[in-house]
Design a protein around this ligand. Sequence first.
Ligand SMILES: [Zn+2]
Length: 105
Amino acid sequence: MLGNDDQGGTDYGEIQDTKQEMVRDILALTIDQAKQLRRGDILHETGATNEDDTCRRWRVNGQVKLWKRDVNRIQVPLSHGMYDHGYLTERNLCEFHTEGSCSAK
Ligand SMILES: [Zn+2]
């Protein structure tokens, strides 16, 4: 029978979301990449674009902080422009990618 493999609930929108998540996961920084970051390195924010369709760029503006007792924890200070500051942590690695892996050149 046709449609047997349709378990219901999978509409076009969900497929799109899954695709976007896959793209994001492929691009996503790994914690090991994040540990290699140094002051002055540039990260791109995935899905956040400037008016010219280039990625929003964040600059590492301090030391990478690591925890000896928890190797899965990381904190990297970032800045965007003059006034925007934030942190890359183990929780938002998936929201950033490196310049090298950028698909929107
Ligand atoms: Zn990019």
